[in-house]
Unconditional design. Structure first.
Length: 52
């Protein structure tokens, strides 16, 4: 995801959804989820999206 955002920035493309998702992925990783279980990360993102 970071690679895609770096490339988009290089080409002056705005990807706000991807940027928001990256923040959620980084938050989940900091909470210790990392590569342990992607389903938990997807569930957290879904819950975050619904609550906003």
């Amino acid at each position: 995801m970071r690679f895609a955002l770096d490339l988009a920035e290089k080409h002056k493309l705005n990807l706000p959804i991807s940027r928001a998702l990256l923040g959620l992925y980084e938050e989940a990783e900091k909470d210790g989820l990392g590569e342990k279980d992607m389903a938990i990360i997807y569930k957290r993102i879904a819950e975050h999206s619904i609550s906003q």
